[in-house]
Ligand binder design. Structure first.
Ligand code: 2IT
Length: 445
């Protein structure tokens, strides 16, 4: 019989100074422990021990020359965590906070997220501690080329297929893919999130944000509510927040905040015009990592050095980074009457926040379910690349919507509580875990 505390203590001992990884493992173990203890083939095949140990963690040196001609050294990683369901799949993060432990948590979450999509994808994640702030376009290109020069030896369209994440958008994917082609002379689907001009899928840029809103619509339907007129707080201002703002606005909600490391924007009228929503892309392209200019451009309020969770809203959607919403933020949101929380960032809520929402009966969709739309459309991009054709936007969007509805229904089926409410965290963990565990049993060791 497994017991969460002693199992997790062992994981923490073997992974020192990797608190986010231990946090992610703890949450999954709490959800699946009963299933594991009830299923002899899981214990017999040591599924818990094996699923919490990555297949491999690759670390490499990235050397590149800055605009002054000075040599720069960064560290690159690829965590190939589990390929029971398909090739390793997951994004690349370029951010100064990137560490091996952080990427292990992200790759671990990715296993179950990819499983929930129902598509044949294993779990991986990678990136570098590269800081793009203040860097020129040419420096970003040189760094991306140098990164791919090392990473390319571990990739392949049936082996490991990275995509974007924080700090890696269409521009960086272009440079990475250009270098792949230069080195390998192969026009294959080895990265997703490519431009539509050279093999990318339509709707991939929007997919994470759209998917989160499709999931939210299902959660509201489940409660007999609709999105129409709901006030939404988003954090972040990158690709995920952009897609969420577009779809939420289109469906009649009012997005009132975005945020950056410098503070948050409160636009009570709503971030609701094409001009305002597209402005997020300008902010991102500036490489300054600030949202304050939005306030000057559109006459909204800028609140320096604070998080948007103090604004009174119906729905909160963290779209920035892990652990960006903590216990006291959760209390503030609950006090202001928040009805639903959707993690569009990976593990956007701290364990304390998750507990606080649960205790208050506020449904919380975990990232591995709610933000799965991004990787789901990456999976569809892989299919299109393999078939060497391109589906129309409506077809991709319809498939995305159907995948998000299925994930929601799966969370409800596995997360229904005795009182009738839905524990989305538990539902997502159990459903995601079982598909991978069953595959691992089938495949032997
Ligand atoms: O966190 C994520 O799911 C992503 N960054 C997207 C991964 C992917 O392979 O599309």
């Amino acid at each position: 019989m497994y017991e969460v505390r002693s199992f997790v203590e062992d994981v923490a001992r073997r992974n020192p100074a990797q608190p986010e990884f231990v946090q992610a493992v703890t949450e999954v173990c709490e959800s699946v422990i009963d299933v594991v203890n009830r299923t002899p083939s899981y214990g017999g095949n040591k599924i818990l021990e094996r699923i919490t140990e990555p297949d491999r963690v690759i670390s490499f040196r990235v050397e590149w020359e800055d605009d002054r001609g000075e040599l720069q050294v960064n560290r690159g990683y690829r965590v190939q965590f589990n390929n029971a369901l398909g090739p390793y799949k997951g994004g690349l993060r370029f951010h100064p906070s990137v560490t091996a432990g952080g990427l292990k948590f992200l790759a671990f979450e990715q296993i179950f997220k990819n499983s929930l999509t129902g598509l044949p994808m294993g779990g991986g994640k990678g990136g570098s501690d590269f800081n793009a702030r203040g860097r020129s376009e040419r420096e970003i290109r040189r760094f991306s080329n140098a990164f791919m020069t090392e990473l390319q030896r571990y990739l392949g369209p049936d082996t490991d297929v990275p995509a974007g994440d924080i700090g890696v958008g269409g521009r960086e994917i272009g440079y990475l893919y250009g270098q792949w082609k230069r080195l390998r002379s192969e026009h294959t689907g080895v990265l997703t999130g490519k431009s539509r001009l050279w093999g990318g899928s339509l709707v991939r840029p929007e997919a994470t944000g759209f998917g989160a809103i499709y999931f939210l619509v299902e959660m509201l339907n489940e409660r007999g509510e609709s999105l129409e007129g709901k006030r939404i707080a988003l954090s972040g201002f990158g690709n995920v927040a952009w897609g969420a703002a577009l779809k939420a606005t289109e469906l009649g909600a009012r997005v009132v905040t975005i945020s950056g490391p410098d503070g948050y924007i409160h636009d009570a009228d709503g971030i609701n015009t094409d001009e305002k929503i597209e402005y997020m892309l300008d902010l991102r392209a500036s490489n300054n990592d600030v949202v304050e200019p939005y306030a000057r451009e559109f006459g909204a309020t800028f609140v320096p050095r604070r998080k948007p969770w103090e604004v009174s809203v119906d729905v909160a959607i963290p779209c920035a980074i892990q652990n960006e919403l903590d216990g006291s933020d959760a209390k503030a949101l609950i006090k202001n009457g928040v009805g639903v929380v959707v993690e569009a960032s990976n593990m956007g809520c701290t364990a304390d926040a998750v507990e606080t929402f649960a205790a208050a009966g506020v449904p919380l969709a975990p990232g591995k379910a709610a933000n799965a739309g991004g990787v789901a459309v990456s999976g569809l991009e892989m299919s299109q690349n393999a078939m060497k054709l391109s589906w129309p936007a409506e077809e991709v969007d319809a498939k995305l919507q159907s995948i998000m509805q299925t994930i929601h229904a799966t969370c409800v089926r596995h997360g229904r509580m005795p009182g009738g409410g839905i524990d989305y965290v538990r539902g997502a963990n159990i459903a995601g875990f079982r598909r991978v565990a069953d595959a691992m049993v089938d495949l032997g060791y």
